[in-house]
Ligand binder design. Structure first.
Ligand code: 5GP
Ligand code: ZN
Length: 120
């Protein structure tokens, strides 16, 4: 299957790897929309949240726990975890991925990137 994130998962396509084990991989988003923007993927191909099955429960928990740990290691006090689902939900890459977004400082100006909730 010609899937970019399967190739990043296997290492066929390079990425800035933050963490990797047998079943998940975390890497920097190539076009970050926050000071810290990581993508956390299962190495196994799952197209989107729509395709999840009960048997993926442990793997999904691994994605979330990986995000939790990496956020702690990055010193993030708070962060956003996002799954875009389907084109209408903003999903562009059809391989399940969890966005970890954070690093906004207290006055939201240090990096020139405002917290999305403060833009309202
Ligand atoms: P989506 O919109 O599907 O939820 O998010 C896909 C994300 O993948 C986007 O934030 C985009 O910047 C990122 N992305 C697309 N192509 C690449 C790539 O080749 N390498 C990396 N590291 N990120 C990518
Ligand atoms: Zn894939």
């Amino acid at each position: 299957m010609d899937c970019l994130f399967c190739k990043i998962g296997s290492g066929e396509v390079s990425s800035e790897i933050i963490y990797e084990d047998d079943s998940v991989k975390a890497f920097k988003d190539i076009k970050p929309s926050a000071p810290v923007h990581y993508l956390i993927i299962p190495k196994k191909h799952i197209t989107s949240v729509v395709d999840l099955k009960e048997s993926d429960s442990a793997l999904m928990m691994q994605l979330i726990l990986t995000a939790q740990r990496l956020a702690g290691e990055a010193g993030l006090l708070g962060y956003r975890l996002v799954f875009n689902v389907g084109r209408e939900g903003g999903q562009v890459i059809d391989h399940l991925h969890l966005h970890l977004l954070g690093g906004w400082n207290d006055d939201n100006s240090l990096f020139g990137v405002r917290h999305p909730r403060l833009d309202k």
